[in-house]
Design a protein around this ligand. Structure first.
Ligand SMILES: C[S@@+](CC[C@H](N)C(=O)[O-])C[C@H]1O[C@@H](n2cnc3c(N)ncnc32)[C@H](O)[C@@H]1O
Length: 310
């Protein structure tokens, strides 16, 4: 299957990154390499390190970015390990880091990967197919309480407990095998009149299971501080998120990095915590009308930018 992914907020990323031709850059979520290509194109003596946990994405990016091959290193790893991987390679810091989190259109549209409720496929949803936890284990092994929690927290699903209870009932007869098995249980758990509102009835549960299998929120919250510390003076961290939980993690981490002082307001600071820099985007940047018309998947995207102190 051909790798297709239209990068979101393309101009906002390339302008927001402040790319220097001799700088060191990191794309933590290379995908098909759309954003990476824009960064590599602007480098002369600089270098770009491209991470992805999906080998199919890295292969596609390698082909797409072949004209810039000597300026790019590809690394198959979770971006949560990017700083330690780079330090091991002797890289001391970066001038810009990009995270465009979530799934690519290729992953969503490739029926084999099991990310989409529109295609009948084995329950998988792993970005890294070497990871041990797939959607199958989540759906068939998690307790009813755990399922309810992830549907509620990661999917903001109103009918979380009903869906979890029905999954447990169904799998007592035989394990759920496919995305369509799961769709069937979800549909049977949501009142008919609620099924025509809020998009596809499986949307929120699929999102929740995907976040759980790939430990997406852990990777994000464990990475931000270390990435800011790894930035060179004046360097920037850009994060594009696609749902409110992720955006909240980014917003709060950036705010704390800008103003970490924990002393009571109005009293002199004694905590000794100093600001790491500034939040460039008071409000997140979102897709403009023109982009929305071309790519409806850009609608939920929010870009926040942090700049390290000089
Ligand atoms: C939205 S796509 C990125 C698209 C990319 N910016 C482009 O222009 O083509 C997200 C990519 O990030 C990868 N990804 C998600 N979480 C990751 C993580 N924790 N570590 C490494 N890669 C991750 C996914 O496998 C996917 O290929």
């Amino acid at each position: 299957m051909e790798f297709k992914h239209v990068p979101v907020l393309f101009n906002e990323v390339t302008e927001g990154m402040n790319i220097k031709p001799d700088g060191i850059y990191v794309d933590g979520t290379t995908g098909g390499g759309g954003h990476s290509g824009a960064i590599a194109e602007r480098l002369i003596s600089g270098h770009l390190y491209c991470f992805d946990r999906d080998t199919e994405a890295l292969k596609a990016a390698g082909e797409h970015l072949a004209p810039y091959a000597e300026k790019i290193s590809f690394i198959h790893d979770n971006y949560a390990n990017a700083v330690s991987d780079l330090k091991e390679k002797g890289v001391a810091g970066a001038d810009g880091i990009l995270l465009d989190i979530g799934v690519s259109s290729y992953q969503l549209d490739n029926p084999e990967r099991g990310f989409s409720y529109n295609d009948d496929a084995p329950l998988d949803m792993r970005m890294n197919r070497e990871d041990p936890l797939s959607a199958y284990e989540v759906v068939n092994d998690y307790s009813e309480e755990e399922l309810t929690r992830i549907f509620r927290e990661y999917g903001e699903e109103r009918f979380a407990s009903r869906i979890a209870a029905n999954i447990v009932k169904k799998r007592a007869k035989a394990p759920l095998q496919s995305t369509f098995d799961l769709n069937e249980v979800i549909r049977a758990s949501i009142p008919a009149k609620m099924q025509s509102t809020g998009g596809h009835p499986s949307k929120r549960v699929f999102q929740a299971i995907r976040i759980e299998c790939n430990k997406e929120l852990d990777a994000l919250s464990d990475s931000i501080d270390g990435m800011i510390d790894f930035l060179n003076p004046g360097g920037r961290l850009l994060i594009i998120s696609f749902q409110s939980l992720e955006d909240r993690i980014v917003k709060n981490a950036f705010r704390t990095a800008e103003n970490p002082c924990t002393c009571p307001k109005g009293l002199p600071c004694v905590c000794g915590k100093v600001s790491k820099g500034r939040v460039v985007t008071r409000h997140p940047l979102t897709a403009k009308e023109e982009e929305l018309e071309m790519n409806k998947r850009s609608k939920p995207a929010k870009l926040r930018i942090f700049e390290k102190k000089n």
